[in-house]
Design a protein around this ligand. Structure first.
Ligand SMILES: *Cc1c(COP(=O)(O)O)cnc(C)c1O
Length: 437
């Protein structure tokens, strides 16, 4: 009799000791809002680790790894970890006339909209858009110099972030690197020596690479494009940042002082570069893309190379880049978020900092970032909070990314869109409440 009555109790006790089923656990954390298979994965990992209670945190961690908007309060305008240049483009993802000529009804080219506009904006005969700056350099070398030689100054054999090294890119494209001059000084006579040497006839290009992310100071010398252009082979100038015109006609106040020395596409072409290559998401202020601009025959050769098909961007990127290019052609720098933040006045930033009503209003320094213009700082205004509250700020509904300086957390308002000031205020309030003694 006793044994019959004890049986369900024993089973119930056994159940309590056993971990919950993966499926039950996954259902119990449904409110995290992830698709069921991802919740199951979190539940399985939690049970596997002998800690079913951790399932929710594991699922939340997965959710936090999804792409989402954040507020950049770091003061680094082109922050690679935050997607470089912000773009203010909203677009439908429906059908477009990507490769359809609407006037004839025949097949068109995806190089006809954004690329043509960018060419117009920098005074190039033609342009081609690929996925990023690295792809642009790679395609130019593969299309114009495979099996031949390319002369590069030893001072320009650079590594750009993410393992993009000019010597490796050259090797990968099938071109042979001919090193010219020395690390700190390269003269025109060094190039002439190469041209009259045994590889002179093999030389397909002279490649000039902007030392975007570092500076050589002191006893240095390099050869300007205008001089290289007179040597014979076409000069390709990888300017990197995508400054379209040194005169910045899209800014009513003219070029900011900090742009001094940054190579620009229009001027490089005027000085005789056959092609320039640059990124879409650095100083250009557009989406991630790479642009090849210059002589139409050379651009056509790049477009005809099989790699061009592999490196072509999609319509979302081309749509965003078209918007950016149109803003340049309208000379409307205010429509380009990067230029809007780069030229925001200290008075405006101070007014916004004061309106936040939290922390201490402080002077700080923004930087261009994205490997552009190293060592350059732009005066800015922000608010300082006591201690390191960066983690709390990152946990806000829209994460706010700030930096720590001394024993304070600095929120630099130059890189924050004014439309996001309310989000910053909320995040500060939550962060300071949770750290209040
Ligand atoms: C940034 C940069 C690149 C690489 O461009 P991505 O768009 O990052 O691929 C290449 N060359 C120079 C000089 C650069 O500054």
């Amino acid at each position: 009799m006793a044994s019959r009555g004890d049986e369900p109790l024993a089973r119930a006790m056994d159940r309590a000791r056993r971990p919950p089923s993966v499926d039950t656990l996954a259902r119990s954390i449904k409110d995290v809002g992830l698709p069921h298979p991802l919740l199951v994965e979190a539940a399985r990992a939690a049970i596997g680790a002998g800690d079913p209670g951790s399932a929710r945190d594991r699922a939340l961690r997965t959710a936090s790894e999804l792409l989402r908007p954040v507020v950049n309060a770091t003061g680094v305008m082109l922050h690679t970890n935050l997607g470089r240049a912000p773009i203010g483009v909203q677009q439908e993802a429906g059908y477009t006339n990507l490769e359809l000529d609407l006037s004839t009804g025949r097949r068109g080219s995806r190089h006809n909209h954004a690329a043509t506009l960018l060419a117009a904006a920098c005074g190039a005969e033609a342009a081609l858009v690929v996925n990023n700056g690295a792809a642009a350099v790679m395609l130019v070398l593969a299309a114009l110099a495979a099996g031949r030689a390319v002369a590069v100054s030893r001072g320009e054999l650079v590594e750009i972030g993410g393992g993009f090294r000019i010597p490796d890119v050259l090797a990968g494209s099938g071109a042979e690197l001919v090193e010219v001059g020395t690390t700190n000084r390269t003269r025109v006579s060094d190039y002439r020596a190469v041209l009259s040497g045994e590889l002179g006839d093999e030389l397909a290009l002279i490649l000039k690479v902007h030392q975007s992310n570092y500076k050589v100071v002191g006893f240095t010398e390099s050869v300007p494009v205008s001089v290289l252009a007179r040597l014979g082979p076409p000069v390709v100038f990888d300017i990197g940042s995508g400054l379209l015109d040194a005169g910045t006609p899209w800014l009513s106040e003219g070029p900011p002082a900090w742009l001094q020395g940054e190579p620009a596409a229009r001027q490089a072409l005027e000085q005789g570069a056959a092609l320039v290559t640059f990124s879409g998401d650095k100083l250009l202020g557009g989406p991630q893309a790479g642009v090849i601009a210059g002589q139409s025959d050379l651009v056509a050769q790049c477009a005809a190379h099989p790699l061009s098909r592999a490196l072509r961007p999609g319509r979302l990127v081309l749509g965003a880049l078209q918007e950016t290019a149109l803003a340049y052609l309208r000379r409307d720098g205010d429509a380009i978020p990067f230029w809007r933040m780069a030229t925001a006045s200290l008075a405006d930033l101070r007014r916004r900092a004061e309106a936040l009503g939290a922390g201490e209003v402080v002077e700080c320094r923004s930087v261009p970032g994205g490997g552009s213009i190293p060592g350059l700082e732009i005066p800015s205004i922000g608010v300082a909070l006591r201690g390191d509250v960066t983690e709390h700020l990152r946990r806000a509904p829209v994460p706010v990314i700030a930096r720590v300086s001394g024993h304070r957390t600095i929120i630099d308002l130059r890189t924050v869109s004014p439309a996001d000031d309310g989000l910053v205020a909320l995040a500060i309030e939550a962060a300071t409440e949770s750290t209040a003694p």
